[in-house]
Design a protein around this ligand. Structure first.
Ligand code: SF4
Length: 209
């Protein structure tokens, strides 16, 4: 990366884009809704079960002009999902400003491990033990989505739910490879603790990205 690219990246004029695509949101509160996904490269949280490890190294993903990616996204759909990797590693001010000017509603999926930037309409916080969220992300989260990999994650989920605001929706979602083992436990937990809801990665059953 050149010095100029580094400066433009810091300003949010360039962003490392791993992939971008129009699809259906498969999980969480907006399951079933058409949305344009922008997946930014870069994450150093290091979850051992991460299913997008290829996103971790931002240098592997081309830098795109923020204005261009916003125009492409908005030409497909006015609901945008920013995901990663960890999208809050980057300055999202310009991207979200441009998307708002184009009439978009902006969702983000984040571990919350980095400080917030940008204009965000819906924040899905998926906290990770390897890099806990910043206090400001707990305060602003609209949706808490805890991934259940093993039994200890129910305790982690309960602790995380105590930190979010009162109106935040609560979801438990099995890590994909553990779904046959964990969904029976998740459904039991949700029936005993009905403020929680079950989230399923429906896009994987539909074979869409
Ligand atoms: Fe993967 Fe998300 Fe964990 Fe980063 S925070 S390692 S992208 S699961």
């Amino acid at each position: 990366m050149t010095d100029l690219e580094k400066i433009e990246l810091d300003k949010g004029k360039l962003l490392p884009v791993m992939e971008h695509f129009y699809t259906i949101q498969g999980e969480g509160a907006f399951t079933g809704k058409a949305a344009y996904f922008i997946r930014l490269g870069g994450c150093d949280v290091g979850c051992h079960w991460c299913d997008v490890k290829e996103s971790w190294d931002p240098n592997l993903h081309p830098l795109m002009e923020t204005e261009k990616i916003a125009e492409i996204a908005a030409s497909h759909c006015k609901t945008i999902v920013l995901t990663g990797g960890e999208p809050l590693m980057w300055n999202l001010n310009l991207l979200t400003e441009k998307l708002k000017n184009l009439g978009c509603t902006i969702h983000i999926e984040t571990s919350g491990a980095y400080k917030m930037s940008g204009i965000l309409d819906w924040i899905t916080l998926s906290p990770k033990k390897a890099g806990l969220p910043k206090p400001e992300v707990y305060e602003k989260a609209n949706e808490l989505k805890v991934i259940v990999f093993n039994n200890n994650d129910f305790k982690f989920a309960t602790e995380q739910a105590e930190k979010v605001n009162d109106s935040c929706k609560l979801y438990l979602q099995s890590e994909w490879s553990k779904r046959s083992e964990m969904y029976p436990k998740i459904t039991d937990f949700v029936m005993q603790n009905p403020k929680w809801q079950v989230s399923v990665q429906t896009h994987k059953y539909l074979n869409i990205p």
